[in-house]
Design a protein. Structure first.
Length: 663
């Protein structure tokens, strides 16, 4: 796809790109009237999509029903995720098409290609293994695997038999795994002996052993990946390859009700414990299929690569279900982007002729810092489309990505969404555009959003981003065993009216690009500015301040903690902690190190605080609420503002000294 010419708009910022005629011609969707069309009747729009994109064992009786905060899609429909992801393509004669190209981290280790036929056989075998281990429809299965093909096989085997998978990020600690397994009441865990990370072997099984303590897990299946020494308990732990030896490559897919739970994915909310986000079957699959198809404009000859870990929703929807439902060929890379050198990703793009590339701003920032010379060493001309996700992308990073990776010819689709939304909900479509740095775009056809103030009135110049019913089909159906939390988190601000995203946003169409209105038939063009609640985005990973505080407070030396995000040029945000120690303890460099280690172990290395301040007291309101606004301002050196509502305004002076706040 060389030689695509961009139509560069002579705009205020001179930074508005439109797709070329060539790009438009190739794209699945290229007519902006689709937005208006879909908006006339979103339910009818999605119904048509569900029918066209997926194979149902039985059609639905009713497409949509809502009694907010709950809603249902394709009621009475019967469908199976793994059947749609693999069998359908094999039946259509695509059995020999590569589904997964697996690239191991050690550069000398050969890659592995798995065709759709092979994937189907392996999925069936493992589905039979799960059955033999006693897993039944509706049972929860924990998956704690690195990026190896077995993760796709395990996931699809679960959905094949109607078991609910709950995937936990392999870099999470044993303790983080434990909390999730406990809540999900998983009976079986699938893990690996180890995996490669920056040339070293991580002993995953040791974490898994930690992780099952005090849970209902009775059996562990272990993939032999790294060959490291592991502890296997007779009767409890089984090797994957041994179980698979005599498993049959045939297993009928379980016809699932459209609204049956398909998977759980734990994410950080505003409380100490992660919440199990519930996704159901028919609606999720419909949104996964169509957003992947239209946003990444996937065609038969594409080589598609999403760099997310499978432990995040991006991994579920755009590294597994979305591309497989579309019969795409996907790249699955096991390791670190900078191993053996900082150009490993560019090397992979060149070697496998990747055409579509989807990654996170935090990764791009790392490459910006490493320098332009690294991508220049490689031929990246096969790329035709770029994507970004996870946090707001700044202008410099966007432009670097556009010019140095996209060669100035690939659109960047800035996809906004959340674990809760199941699939992306806001972006510019590649055949429609336009593409502007820092601007995500408009709602995906058939979905609605708005920017509102506290009362729910339109506030396009800046406000809360909300979703407007009917709710998109892939949206969460609740929080596992936490109905109260679900209502409170998403539906208490605008009851029965809007879903609250927790993000702030601004409509930039009137201030920045009024001239694009006409041309693109655009009403709103949205920039997401970041979280407005106590959720942080650290290198794109979602962490709650409460979760970290909870972890700190479990350390024997700590009484109380306040964690706040500090802006960071690389990671977007980093956690900083203000810690009050128990009497008898004194703040020291050693204790600081120990606490960082403690967080790394209990929550995971991504949560490591950037800095710890030992303080005597935290600034609190009369009702005992910690004033985080002040703690943030101390870090950013912003104005402290009004402290009169504090019970202890004096502590602010003290804190100023501790953090080095300018007088
Ligand atoms: C939060 C959701 C969606 C998959 C990965 C993250 C932020 C996500 C964007 C974007 C600005 C973004 C929001 C959102 N976010 N995408 N394109 N521009 N912010 O899923 O961990 O559930 O986090 O990530 O703050 O609410 P998640």
């Amino acid at each position: 796809m060389k030689g695509i010419k961009w139509v560069v708009e002579d705009s205020v910022e001179k930074e508005v790109w439109w797709p070329s005629e060539e790009l438009k011609r190739r794209a699945w969707v290229n007519d902006p009237s689709i937005y208006e069309e879909a908006d006339k009747d979103p339910v009818a729009f999605w119904e048509a999509r569900a029918r066209e994109g997926l194979e149902w064992f039985k059609s639905w009786d009713k497409a949509y029903e809502e009694d907010l905060p709950y809603y249902k899609w394709f009621i009475g429909g019967k469908i199976n995720a793994s059947y749609n992801a693999v069998d359908r393509h094999v039946k259509a004669g695509k059995g020999n098409k590569p589904a997964i190209i697996w690239v191991p981290e050690p550069p000398e280790e050969p890659s592995r290609v798995i065709t759709y036929q092979q994937l189907k056989d392996e999925v069936c075998r493992f589905a039979n293994v799960l059955k033999k281990l006693g897993v039944k429809k509706g049972d929860r299965v924990g998956i704690y695997l690195p990026l190896i093909p077995e993760v796709h096989i395990a996931i699809l085997a679960c959905t094949r038999i109607g078991a609910v998978h709950s995937v936990v990020f392999s870099a999470f600690s044993g303790e983080s795994l434990r909390v999730r397994l406990e809540d999900a009441e998983a009976k079986v865990l699938i893990t690996a002996d180890g995996y490669y990370r920056r040339g070293k072997i991580v002993n995953l099984k040791a974490n898994a052993d930690e992780g099952i303590k005090d849970t209902k897990v009775e059996k562990i299946v272990v993939v032999k990946r790294a060959g490291n020494e592991v502890n296997m308990v007779e009767g409890r732990d089984f090797w994957w390859h041994e179980l698979m030896k005599d498993a049959a490559p045939h297993c009928d897919p379980e016809p699932m009700d459209s609204e049956d739970m398909m998977f759980l994915l734990y994410t950080s909310g505003t409380t100490g414990r992660p919440k199990g986000v519930i996704h159901t079957t028919g609606g999720y699959l419909t949104q996964a299929y169509w957003t992947t198809r239209w946003v990444f404009d996937i065609h038969d000859d594409d080589i598609y690569w999403c760099t997310s870990d499978i432990g995040w929703i991006t991994g579920h929807t755009y590294l597994c279900y979305g591309p497989l439902l579309n019969c795409a060929t996907l790249i699955l890379y096991e390791g670190s982007p900078d191993y053996p050198q900082i150009d490993r990703w560019w090397e992979i793009i060149e070697k496998y002729k990747v055409t579509i590339f989807y990654t996170a701003p935090t990764a791009i920032r790392m490459f910006v810092r490493a320098g332009d010379e690294w991508p220049k060493k490689h031929d990246l001309s096969t790329l035709r489309l770029l994507g970004t996700v996870g946090e707001p992308i700044d202008r410099e990073t966007w432009l670097w990505y556009f010019n140095n990776i996209g060669g100035g010819r690939c659109p960047i689709t800035d996809t906004w969404w959340q674990t809760e939304t199941g699939g992306t909900l806001m972006m510019s479509l590649p055949g429609i555009g336009p593409f502007m740095p820092t601007v995500s775009g408009r709602p995906f056809p058939g979905t609605r959003n708005a920017i509102v103030d506290e009362e729910g009135n339109p506030s396009p110049q800046g406000g809360y981003l909300v979703l407007v019913p009917p709710m998109p089909p892939g949206m969460l159906r609740g929080l596992y065993k936490a109905d109260d939390k679900y209502r409170e988190t998403y539906w208490s601000r605008y009851p029965k009216r809007y879903y609250f995203t927790g993000d702030g946003a601004r409509d930039v169409i009137n201030e920045h690009a009024p001239h694009i209105k006409e041309k693109g038939k655009i009403k709103h063009f949205i920039r997401v500015t970041g979280r407005v609640d106590d959720v942080m985005k650290v290198a794109g990973h979602r962490l709650s301040t409460a979760e970290l505080e909870d972890a700190f407070n479990r350390h024997p030396a700590v009484t109380e903690t306040a964690v706040v995000p500090q802006p960071d040029p690389m990671k977007g945000e980093v956690p900083v902690a203000y810690v009050v120690l128990k009497s008898g303890y004194r703040g020291s460099e050693e204790l600081s190190k120990e606490l960082v280690e403690h967080i790394s172990k209990t929550v995971g290395p991504i949560a490591k605080p950037k800095q710890i301040f030992f303080v005597d007291e935290l600034p609190k309101t009369r009702s005992g609420k910690i004033m985080r606004r002040i703690l943030k301002a101390l870090l950013t050196k912003d104005k402290i503002g009004d402290t009169s509502t504090l019970v202890n305004p004096d502590v602010v002076e003290n804190l100023k000294k501790i953090v080095g706040y300018p007088d």
